[in-house]
Design a protein around this ligand. Structure first.
Ligand SMILES: [Zn+2]
Length: 647
């Protein structure tokens, strides 16, 4: 089918006054994205409308959604239209969509009902078919391959039920314990992206998106579940969200309109040049906003978490100011930072124009369940709760800054989050520390980076895992603790090494050059060091040598130093504050407990955003977490460990 023939056929059939059976319709007109351009700052609007720009709005795929949510049943229905243009040089035999909500470990376990059901699917054009190829894959195949420049419209109707997350789980201590005790158990691995908890409904990975392109092919397989599942490519997005009228709705993009009918309201939102989007809504969610230049920063939180919600707003606005000064302007007019019931090791999740931060960082720590029992048995419950409460604000601030940094690393400057996850994750970690340095000084930045960055590496080493190169696919690392240790723990220090070698002036000019070279495109793993060499050619050998050392070799113990468990827990649970006798006892007892429980494996207990790898846990291939305990030498402790391993 060619568009011109289709148009002629339609014109002819209209002229004849009767439709002809074989008439090929012209593709429906692509939605008008002009009103959605309000989501971009004026300079970016001009940039992405210019024909000389490598990326223009008109060529991006367009997702148009109608989402309806019923809180009483936790069910949603969704009508989706995707308008896709083949921008490659070769014709495409098919167009593959992914339902990443159906690709999580929890959804792919044998016998599980996938959270998203495909009610109906169709594509435009005579003979075009859409078929499911697995729970998370839809393949649209036009009768003749889609020619370069040609457009295909795909319609999908979906329904689903949000998972309910128990409010007892969204506490830092419950999540810490869950991370440890889930090592030997089955079925973890859902981060609460498509779930509801404490009255917050989170919609992420909830509609069908174009599969990633890998070497000219559509990726149907995710090669493991470490890290972010989701799309990497730019798109335009529009949604009409039908929810109870009294509810607060937050989303990527900007609100274009709102209409109320009875007890329901429809909120229309639009966004341009986004990579991943989310909608978060709730009956009691509160909002606080602050202006940073042209950008409206909004913190959305539960009424009981007002103080933390205010701190999040302050951190997000502060981080945005630092990043705009250091890296250049943020592209959108709005930035939402939203509390969400994240579990399973995720501290926050990034989307374009919206990031979520886990409720566990907003709530005061509370001892409960087995963790509470064990801690009270050891007489350290109160001490741990108090120390954790004292640490929580700094953790919340770091996670917030990390997620805001993702607006640059992976949002503005794209990267392949499956094959080269360090490109955005290591840089987001490093950027969070840079925010602390610029705002509070080098000493605070170093201390918080020790807790939120370096500790990932040292914990990994303490638990007996080998160091490794930083630039490897997410699937290379195996257990989450190793992925977190190397990509989140060690990788950020690569940028410190380059900064030290280049000096601040050259280094930060290179950072700007890197952003300008790759904005709205996909940066290669060498992108930053290339920018540094372009900025200062005389240092090329040194910079490339450092890149090789950090990205391809293993010198973590030399570069980061080794830590012992006692010192690490001491730092985590009190920084340089004087340790009470009680804390000393907690460290002495919890250190070996942790080591025994994890038996050479662990989880991203301390890192702001790690993907779990429950598939490996299910298979018992987690590097020895199920090994019989060799014992701590203390019979009481050994009994506690056996009980916890039996969970
Ligand atoms: Zn991240």
């Amino acid at each position: 089918m060619t568009p011109r023939h289709g148009a002629l056929a339609v014109a002819l059939s209209l002229a004849l006054g009767a439709p002809t059976a074989c008439a090929q319709p012209a593709p429906s007109p692509a939605p008008d994205v002009a009103p959605w351009m309000a989501s971009l700052r004026p300079a970016v609007r001009a940039e992405l409308s210019s024909p000389s720009s490598p990326v223009t709005v008109a060529r991006l795929p367009v997702y148009d959604l109608a989402l309806r949510y019923e809180p009483a049943t936790r069910t949603y229905t969704l009508r989706e239209t995707l308008s896709f243009t083949n921008t490659e040089r070769a014709p495409m035999a098919d167009v593959v969509l992914r339902l990443y909500g159906n690709a999580t470990p929890a959804a792919t376990v044998q016998g599980a009902t996938p959270p998203i059901r495909v009610v109906r699917s169709a594509c435009e054009g005579d003979g075009c078919t859409v078929r499911a190829a697995g729970a998370s894959v839809l393949v649209a195949r036009p009768r003749t391959p889609l020619a370069p420049g040609a457009r295909l419209r795909i319609d999908v109707e979906l329904s689903g039920t949000l998972t309910e997350i128990d409010s007892a789980r969204t506490n830092i201590l419950a999540q810490g314990m869950e991370s440890l005790s889930s090592l030997g158990s089955e079925g973890a691995g859902d981060y609460g992206l498509l779930a509801t908890g404490e009255g917050i409904a989170s919609f992420a990975n909830f509609f069908a998106v174009l599969a990633r392109r890998e070497g000219g092919r559509w990726a149907r397989d995710d090669h493991g579940t470490n890290g972010d599942l989701g799309s990497d490519d730019l798109a335009n997005w529009h949604a009409v969200i039908d929810a109870p009228a009294s509810w607060t709705v937050a989303s990527s993009g900007v609100t274009l309109g709102r209409t109320t009918a009875g007890d329901r309201a429809r909120t229309e939102v639009g966004a341009v040049a986004v990579r991943d989007v989310a909608v978060v809504m709730g009956a009691t969610l509160q909002t606080e906003t602050r202006r940073v230049g042209e950008v409206e920063v909004r913190s959305v939180f539960l009424p009981g978490d007002r103080e933390a919600g205010h701190r999040v707003l302050d951190a997000a606005a502060g981080a945005l100011e630092v990043f705009e000064r250091r890296f250049g302007p943020y592209p959108f007019t709005e930035l939402d930072v939203v509390e969400a019931p994240l579990v399973g090791g995720a501290g926050g999740v990034e989307f374009s124009g919206l990031v979520t931060v886990a409720s566990m960082f907003y709530h005061p720590p509370q001892m409960s369940g087995v963790m509470g029992g064990v801690a009270n048995l050891l007489g350290v419950g109160d001490a741990i709760t108090q120390q954790m409460g004292a640490m929580l604000p700094a953790m919340l601030e770091f996670v917030t800054a990390h997620e805001v940094a993702h607006q640059y690393w992976h949002g503005l400057v794209g990267s392949d989050s499956r094959v080269h996850p360090f490109v955005d994750e290591s840089l987001a970690q490093w950027s969070a520390a840079l925010y602390l340095e610029d705002r509070y000084g080098a000493e605070r930045a170093r201390r918080d980076a020790d807790m939120n960055v370096r500790m990932n590496y040292q914990l990994m080493r303490q638990l007996g895992h080998d160091d490794g190169p930083v630039d490897r696919p997410a699937s290379f690392y195996g257990p989450t603790v190793r992925y977190a240790g190397i990509v989140y723990g060690k990788g950020p220090y690569y940028y410190n090494a380059l900064r030290e070698a280049a000096g601040d002036a050259v280094f930060f000019r290179a950072m700007r050059r890197y952003v300008n070279a790759w904005r709205f495109r996909t940066a290669p793993p060498s992108g930053f060091v290339d920018a540094l060499v372009a900025e200062h050619g005389a240092g090329a050998a040194r910079y490339r040598g450092l890149a090789h050392r950090w990205l391809q070799e293993s010198h973590g113990d030399d570069d980061l130093g080794r830590a012992d468990m006692g010192a690490m827990l001491g730092s985590m649970m009190g920084g340089d504050a004087p340790s009470s006798e009680e804390m000393q006892r907690a460290m002495e007892t919890l250190g070996p407990l942790l080591q025994q429980l994890t038996g050479g494996d662990g989880n991203g207990l301390f890192d702001p955003r790690t993907g779990g790898d429950p598939a490996r846990r299910r298979n018992g291939a987690n590097g020895g977490a199920n090994r019989p305990s060799q014992g701590t030498g203390d019979p009481d402790m050994d009994r506690v460990i056996r009980e916890m391993q039996g969970l």
